[in-house]
Design a protein around this ligand. Structure first.
Ligand code: AHZ
Length: 309
């Protein structure tokens, strides 16, 4: 219904809309390039088409049910699980980079295949990503042909959900807090366009925007130029004493620890994925992504417990 409505709206807007432009198939276009022409447009229509939707989304999602910070493999898995299970919840994903996906566009180093250890193969079946069974390996690996296949598939599921909005090129700069019996609870995020965030040292008066939500899920990855944002902020606001510091690589120990440890760290703030390693002093796992997917499944479960209590 929506697609039909969109099509008929564009037909009304387009004064020249008739059989010349309407509802062609690609096969109709092929081989007819001599008299080819796009439907006419006024530049302002393009501007309005983008800005109207974006500002409506900013307005709608200023009060969200859940904010997910970081759209890497863990954040996207979390968004998929909640967004699909609970169409009644409004979920905003804030991603600092222009391109969502975090470190999951390659399997590790500059190699394309992505490894997920059992039982995370269940997640691949859930989102319908084909994989190759490595069978007799000592550790049973399930290999996705290209990490981009996992990331593009989950991304397309997530951005298609009607109750999820991805704000990319947008950085979480701070946390909104409220007094709470345990100190403070987290009640939202402070955002800015990432290019603005990057220029706070040489430009003044670029005040941020805000999103209120009862549950924030932080999946900003391990410490680095961008990562571990929310947990580092918890330390600087003296809400947790110090970071545990991510430990060295141990695939066997690391993946279990990240999935099991995914939880509400302070009231209102759940931490998942590799950001958690900075809180708990957990090992890293390097290029195996099963823990990111299943940490997302657990983060979703923890979030719904808070929402439904
Ligand atoms: O751009 C970041 C990335 O896309 C985003 N991000 C970071 N800080 C942000 C902020 N506001 C908004 N302040 C922010 N977005 O968070 C995303 C994190 O994705 P990631 O892929 O780095 O983290 P992940 O925990 O989803 O996956 C970790 C993948 C790793 S790292 C690792 C190892 O080092 O051993 N092994 C695996 C599987």
């Amino acid at each position: 219904i929506e697609a039909t409505t969109l099509r008929s709206k564009s037909s009304i807007l387009n004064s020249a809309s008739n059989s010349t432009f309407a509802d062609k198939t690609v096969a109709d276009l092929a081989g007819r390039w001599d008299d080819f022409k796009f439907a006419p447009i006024r530049e302002s229509q393009v501007s309005r088409a983008m800005t109207r939707r974006y500002f409506k989304d900013l307005d709608d999602y200023a009060e969200s049910d859940i904010v997910i910070v970081g759209a890497g493999s863990c954040g996207l898995s979390t968004a998929y699980m909640i967004g699909k299970a609970r169409p009644d919840l409004k979920i905003a994903i804030i991603e600092a980079s222009v391109s969502p996906g975090g470190g999951a566009w390659l399997g590790g180093q500059l190699f394309s295949a992505m490894v997920m250890r059992k039982p995370a193969d269940a997640f691949l079946r859930e989102i319908d990503v084909p994989y190759e069974d490595e069978g007799d390996f000592v550790v049973e690996d399930w290999t996705v042909k290209h990490a981009a296949l996992f990331t593009s598939t989950i991304l397309s599921h997530v951005v298609s959900l009607p109750n999820v909005k991805l704000f990319n090129a947008t950085c979480v700069e701070d946390l909104i807090t409220r007094p709470h019996a345990d100190g403070v609870r987290i009640a939202g995020v402070v955002t800015n366009w990432t290019l603005v965030s990057m220029h706070h040292d040489d430009q003044s008066c670029m005040d941020p925007n805000t999103i209120n939500a009862p549950v924030i899920i932080s999946t900003t990855g391990h410490d680095g130029p961008m990562g571990a944002f929310c947990v580092k902020r918890l330390v600087s606001m003296q809400r947790i004493e110090k970071l545990g510091g991510m430990r060295g690589l141990d695939m066997n120990v690391a993946e279990d620890a990240i999935v099991k440890g995914t939880r509400e760290i302070v009231p209102g703030l759940i931490v998942g994925g590799m950001e958690l390693s900075e809180v708990d002093g957990a090992n890293r796992m390097g290029p195996t992504f099963g823990a990111m997917a299943l940490s997302g499944v657990k983060a979703a479960e923890e979030a719904l417990k808070i929402i439904d209590q």
